[in-house]
Design a protein around this ligand. Sequence first.
Ligand code: UD1
Ligand code: UDP
Length: 367
Amino acid sequence: MSSAPAGSPSGGIVHIVGARPNFVKAAPVVAALEERGARQSVVHTGQHYDDRMSAVFFRELGLPRPDVDLGVGSGTHAEQTAALMVRLEQEFTTRSPERVLVYGDVNSTLAAALVAAKLGIPVGHVEAGLRSFDWSMPEEANRTLTDQVCDMAFVTSPEAVGHLAREGVPSHRVHFVGNPMIDTLLAHLDRFDTRALRDRLHLPEVYTAATLHRPANVDDPDTAARLVGRLHEIADQTPVVMPVHPRGREALAAAGLGEHPGVHLLEPLGYTDFVTLVRGAAAVVTDSGGVQEESTILGVPCLTLRPNTERPVTITHGTNRLVAEAELPGLVSKILAGDAAARDTDTPPLWDGHAGERIATILRGTS
Ligand code: UD1
Ligand code: UDP
């Protein structure tokens, strides 16, 4: 990696990563640019900082160690976004990037895009144009505003092209490249050994995997308690295995999640173990964006506890289904009985493992 020491001027492409999904998306882009001899560096904002939310991904995904970690940490949206912007402005001023690349829809994404745009540094957005049209989600603000200030929009899904066009983004800025998160999954497919994981973690043969971390599901104690009740109903039928995101830890524990003998709670898993867990599951219950996509490729039925999704291609071309909390136990029992409706599992277009290469080729063509 042709990186400069932290803090010194380096030019080149600067990747901004900060939260768990960013690492999975950036890895194939960084690797493809490296193969093409690009000058690049990785700036970690420190939005996620626990080893299991951050460093484990660098160890597993072949991402180079970040050139710098800005150590921003947690806070309210305003506190975190303000701290991100102040530190990123200092970083960009000393590092003088030729281009900044941002990923997904987290606070680090928008903060970096806004700071770069105001410094006159071109910004590329990987995973541009996704829309839930649900402005109660912080991610909707992050992704929509990022798309307004970037000059290159790298799109993972065809409908995103239309969203950007309707918002006035000129078509020459939009590049439909496929999905780098799926590049990472396909590149590691032979590591996802479900039997070995079951043996190592003492998991049952048939289980439902679950993840929950959206504020709408875990921040309010009453909502969290209702969801815990449904997860217990699922656990009456089949064990539930759940790596718990730190955001939901307290509320879900307070609602008694771990008190059912059929619920197996785990710390957040590293990437390989996590995707293996999903691959081996009879069904997955989630509110994660990435898991909707991964389960589509793995062919595992996915029940998404949300009223909407910015990833409709996982419904039309995948295994995903949006569900209300009350439907969950019945749907899981149908899946277990093998009488869930057959799904069209055509792979979404360009989810073929080459998105990172396409992004790198486009970037090299413009530098
Ligand atoms: C963030 C993203 C969300 C993404 C998710 C992926 C925003 C607004 N949200 O949500 O879009 O789906 O990451 O996982 O950017 N915490 C720890 N250890 C950590 C990190 C966080 O304990 O390493 C705890 C802290 O109590 C913190 C809380 O988790 O206050 C929330 O963290 P934050 O990064 O603000 O948002 P996420 O819910 O993780
Ligand atoms: N993931 C992981 N370990 C876990 C949970 C998730 O490695 O315990 C990975 C998985 O690849 C997932 C990605 O992290 O797609 C992002 O997950 P998260 O649900 O945190 O974020 P979102 O995609 O909802 O923004």
